[in-house]
Design a binder for this molecule. Sequence first.
Ligand SMILES: *Cc1c(COP(=O)(O)O)cnc(C)c1O
Length: 455
Amino acid sequence: MDAKKFLLNEKDIPQAWYNVIADMKTKPAPLIHPGTKQPLKAEDLYPIFSKAASEQEVNYTDRWIWIPEEVREMYRIWRPTPLVRAKGLERLLDTPAHIYFKNESVSPVGSHKLNSAIAQAYYCKQEGITNITTETGAGQWGAALSLAAKHFGLELAVYMVKISYEQKPYRRSIMQTYGAEVIASPSMSTKAGRKIITENPNHVGSLGTAISEAVELAMSTPNCKYVLGSVLNHVSLHQTVIGLEAEKQMEMAGEYPDLVIACFGGGSNFSGVAFPFLRHKLSGEKADTEFIAAEPSSCPKLTRGVFQYDFGDEAGYTPLIPMYTLGHNFRPANIHAGGLRYHGAGAIISQLKRDKLIDAVDIPQLESFKAATMFARSEGIIPAPESSHAIAATIREALKCKVEGKSKTILFNLSGHGLIDMTAYDRYFANDLANYEVSDEEIRANTAALEQIMK
Ligand SMILES: *Cc1c(COP(=O)(O)O)cnc(C)c1O
């Protein structure tokens, strides 16, 4: 292991986030109000989100959006994050490719999620909000928001997907350590939760059920807002600090990526690392850079989903989003990369994919753990099961380089570490994990009804 690091100074923490929509020739279609079927304006989002987040959500014109100084101040706890040349992995693969990774696992909660959690909690505090609610799958988002809420003096209730609540008790403990209230979803505490449990008492929960419950609580509690950790435009926006830093660091390394890769749940870490580089593709200056989103084979919305307006949640509370989706009722297999078990992709990503500006691959669970193990043994960091999908996609590309005898510069985002996911690794080593494929029939059955949503 002789990883080479490229480090920035505190003053290099970006001063503005990059809003890719401003540079997109074909803008994403607007979010639609599920009742009126009219495009949403920022005001329509005020009942759910903070005003600042609502405005960022529909901002199609400002290329740069200032990062408040209080947010940058908190970023200083762990930013700028290192960019690392993965020499150990290159040697293990015996590839001519140059592999770099941006290490977002060094945040206090172990993932990139804190980049947006801090911004959103800050805006809520500014607007006089006292309580916030959210959902969390594997627990990374909840952990990040718990820390951010505590810092800005907000009360937080987290709806955690029931299966994760049971399987990942340590993330629950982390949230509780930071002072958040954690509720397993579906729960009996909301109408949406009670309905789901009545219809299916054994429902193990999904991001969809948890979002429904959190949104319902936010709408029915005074001075309470809902905060979302992925999928939406403003979340992707906040994550662009990743790519903006990486851009400077690649320059220090004297290289520019041919390929930018990240794992894909709702799209926030992918957006974060990709958009700042994509801006040079959109301008025509770096037309050949390729962008690859690595999603799990068990939840293949970008590679096999349909492009349709769909709800962001299972109960149908959120606005309708123009997205690649497997249908909001899709129940992905219980893979260990909990953060990737989401049925859709954000509006920006979906439009970019339609326009062939980005690409996607799907990775079977076992391949992701094989890649994770290779990475841990060659680079010393145990990756999150989610991030392992990006590593697997990187390894595929690096091996292609080897076969073709061609060197490429690959940058991937290490979205988080896996130190709280060791049960998953245990099961992998015990040969107790399987691959899950989704059948075409299942996808068709689950997406057939979507056309009705807009009628
Ligand atoms: C949440 C999470 C993801 C997936 O979410 P995106 O919004 O797609 O980035 C990926 N990696 C880690 C470590 C996560 O916590």
